[in-house]
Design a protein around this ligand. Structure first.
Ligand code: EPU
Length: 420
């Protein structure tokens, strides 16, 4: 069993390089199915969710050639639709993108239920609504999601999403890229990863405009072609190191980041008396004095990201005063609170709000990562805690963070990964 051991109390100094964005890498890997030719994808983060996605494609007949640690060439010429391995698909939320990609290229899809972090129910009704609007028939036999284009192909349509879902927006883009005619997605998600997926598809010959706004237009094209594409930096990884630097104190340069993507994180840190300086693709975070409290409310981009919520709760746990964190995206995102409380945090959860009463210091103990970002929060808590924090559930952290232990050690943290 793997565990991460953190001995708290060390300030962080130096620079950390940000890897490619996991939540762009996953849909881009599955989007390559639409292309049917060789695509080179660079700046892929070496995290287990990416590895699993590539493994799924390989098992379905794609050729995946590793070009070093951060790049792959994917050729989906011989991809066999409807053959996804159910047990692998069930480990990953990103596997829902098989639906849009298979349907878009072959006019039919058959994919088992996806998995991923457990935040309560993770419906796909908005994905299905989009596919049906494009002319697909949907069936779910409790084991598989089955889609079939009813009229000899998909036809562009107006799709209004009831909720600005990242997954549904991307899936409809995938299905519409090769459809006949024009699709409009209204109330589309605006996250930077949506823009990254649209840019990848456009480089392959798709005609998508408006990504990054709430109205996306997709003019279907008959076919796509291979391309070379470099994935954007991971804004959540960048935000996590910003929170870590603020929690531990010291001065950290976060390199290879797009400062605009972490504006809300920056604004909150400034409110908490943390010094943040932004340059073209570097952000420096320094803190020498006490942390102030702040209220945080998560929202769809450009709001404060839900995927930065647990890390901020860990930070606010030792701030001066009382903070309120309100979660607007995932109903069960508070599972990490019990673990932080084992370390001495004083947090009361009521519905979708956590009231955090800052304590002077946390104490190290044994805790478990309940999901990916919860794991990052426990590491941040461990950096500030007195004594030793032992974190289990490391596999959850490895789903989305590229060598978080090595990167923090290089900044001076006393942290190690132990495999028993
Ligand atoms: N929703 C629906 N119906 C749908 C789809 C979504 O009601 O058909 C609801 C969800 O229940 C949720 C909200 O809409 O309340 C947002 O869900 P969304 O579809 O945007 O999330 P997702 O695509 O499943 C991605 C990321 C998550 C991140 C969310 C929100 C991937 C693989 N996952 O999930 O990332 O929290 O967007 O930004 O891209 C993480 O990286 O740690 C992570 C959990």
């Amino acid at each position: 069993m793997k565990k991460i051991i953190v001995r708290g109390g060390k300030s962080l100094y130096g620079n950390v390089n940000i890897s490619g964005m996991k939540n762009a890498a996953l849909p881009i890997i599955f989007a390559s199915i639409l292309v049917g030719e060789r695509c080179v994808v660079e700046n892929l983060p070496p995290v287990s969710d990416v590895e699993l996605s590539l493994e799924i494609l390989e098992k379905m007949g794609a050729t995946v050639e590793r070009l070093g640690n951060n790049a792959v060439a994917i050729d989906t010429k011989n991809f066999q639709n409807g053959t996804s391995p159910k047990e692998l698909v069930s480990k990953l939320r990103g596997s829902t993108y098989l639906l849009g990609a298979e349907l878009g290229r072959f006019g039919e899809a058959c994919v088992g239920s996806s998995g991923g972090c457990d935040f309560g129910s993770r419906p796909i009704d908005q994905h299905i609504k989009g596919f049906v609007a494009l002319g697909a028939k949907y069936q779910n036999d409790d084991t598989y999601n089955i889609l079939k284009a009813e009229h000899g192909g998909l036809y562009g349509a107006a799709v209004y999403l009831d909720i600005a879902s990242v997954g549904a927006t991307i899936n409809v883009m995938l299905a519409a890229a090769l459809a006949n005619g024009k699709t409009t997605i209204d109330n589309a998600a605006r996250e930077p990863h949506i823009v990254d997926v649209a840019n990848f598809l456009n480089m392959c010959g798709a005609r998508i405009t408006g990504a990054g706004t709430s109205v996306i237009k997709i003019q279907g094209v008959p076919e796509l072609h291979g391309c070379n594409y470099t994935i954007l930096p991971d804004m959540i990884e960048a935000g996590t190191y910003m929170a870590a630097a603020a929690a531990a104190g010291g001065r950290v340069g976060i390199r290879g980041v797009i400062p605009k993507h972490v504006e809300t994180v920056t604004a909150k840190l400034l409110e908490m008396n943390v010094d943040v300086e932004m340059y073209e693709d570097i952000i420096t975070v320094s803190r020498y004095g006490p942390l102030g409290s702040a209220n945080v409310k998560t929202y769809f981009y450009p709001g404060f990201p839900t995927d930065m919520h647990p890390q901020f709760s860990a930070l606010l746990a030792t701030a001066n005063g009382t903070s309120v964190v309100t979660e607007s995206v995932w109903e069960k995102r508070f599972q990490y609170v019990e673990e932080l409380c084992k370390m001495g945090a004083d947090i009361a959860v009521d519905g979708n709000r956590a009231t955090i009463y800052g304590v002077p210091v946390l104490s190290g103990t044994e805790v478990t990562a309940t999901d990916l970002r919860a794991g990052a929060a426990l590491i941040i808590a461990g950096l500030t805690a007195e004594g030793e924090t032992v974190i289990y559930g490391v596999e959850k952290i490895e789903r989305g963070y590229d060598d978080i232990v090595g990167k923090l050690r290089a900044l001076g943290a006393d942290i190690e990964l132990v495999e028993e």
